[in-house]
Write a protein of this length. Sequence first.
Length: 431
Amino acid sequence: MTNFQIGIIAIFAILAIIGVFAFAGIGGFGGDKNSIGSVEIWGTIPNVVMNDLISEISREDKNFLGIKYVEKDKKTYESEFIEALASGVGPDLFLLNHNSIVRNQNKIIEIPYKNFPARDFKNIFIEEGELYLTQTGVLGFPFTIDPLIMYWNRDIFQTVGVSTPPKYWNELFVLSPKITQRDMASNITRSLVAFGEFRNIENAKEILSTLIMQSGNPIVVLLNEQLESTLADRLSFATSPAEAATRFYTEFSNPAKSIYSWNRALPNSRQSFIAGDLAIYFGFASELPDIKRANPNLNFDTALMPQSKDSGVNITYGKMSAFAIPRASKNPNGAFVAALSLTSQNSAASLSDKLKLPPARRDLLSNKQDDPFMSIFYDSALMSKAWLEPDSEKIYDIFREMIESVTSGKARLGDAVKIADEEINLLLRRQ
């Protein structure tokens, strides 16, 4: 190397070191907590909610006055974020959905464990939040959790003499013949549950994910520093967990079975529930206001997601978002401090009250709720889990093809699961 080349490399090395110390702040990453500065936050939570929350924090901490929140459209949020980063005009802090972690990880500043220990993170946030942990640091601080729950029609259950909703999946085998009704032409007029198809079942991907995770398969794991799909693995079980879950799910669309209760000619499952023609609907906690608004006369209640009687572990799917700092942030120190303030105990409690959703903090979830709906939401939040999806839209297509190839007879169950497993691995390797 020439002296000139050595000199250039030395200059860049010195600049890099200066940048690290400037980023670290006084006393470490986020050490100067009295100087937040200007921080722009992006997310999809309504402006009125976030601005109220920021105002509440600002009344206690005047350093929070430089915080600005920008609400984004859910449909264009991620594409807008990527375009902004490419143009150098992105936010300092943004809400990262759990199913976007994999494809955005290289755009995020990782908080080293020396600045925020993994033990502290696990003590504060629910287990699903650990999706934001790597082997060396924290990618985001959990802010919202929206668990999948069971909505059930009280009138339908009372009509057939059943007083309570199912706690375990095997109870559906007894309930379906009692509740599902067909007309003279064998058309289904009332259903127990919307299972077996995909396109006309709201939250089908998340429901199937729940069944697979409950059966003992995490779907994706970190192996030799590489994410790998476990969908086709037996995982020391006699029967492949994913195959067992898929078989159970698809049987409800088989006209030859006594539990037959759904087909692709029926309306969307959520609309069927709102119309009073579906006894059980699996939806997210956040759907409650819309269901109430759509049919004020619907006599329904909520319950925990049914579980596998054999697993001994309670699991439901949860949609989570967390505050993450993009690499292009102009004020990473301030963003770090702002994230900690927004996910503090007081802020999380206030947000939960505003959104009518459970908090993502363990200490708050231990508080008993008087509201019967919030009580279910809180318990569901504690058992919420999800998995690292490489691409949420493509995973939807992979799961849809897996189910439809089985129900149409296009592929055997084991082959369909194996194909889905291979396609998920292909997506993971492209990240």
